[in-house]
Design a protein. Structure first.
Length: 46
């Protein structure tokens, strides 16, 4: 997903597996968000 290793699986966070999966499921993939912004801001360039 382009996130840092341990983004939700770091033991220091103490997240149960179900909550970690929910966090990942509701997250926005950073690369997709960046691509969407590029397309919206510069539509004729692409």
């Amino acid at each position: 997903m382009g996130l840092d290793p341990g983004h939700v699986t770091d033991p220091d966070l103490g997240l149960p597996r179900t909550l970690a999966l929910r966090v990942l499921g509701n997250g926005v993939v950073p690369q997709q968000a960046a691509a969407a912004l590029r397309l919206l801001l510069c539509p004729y360039r692409w």
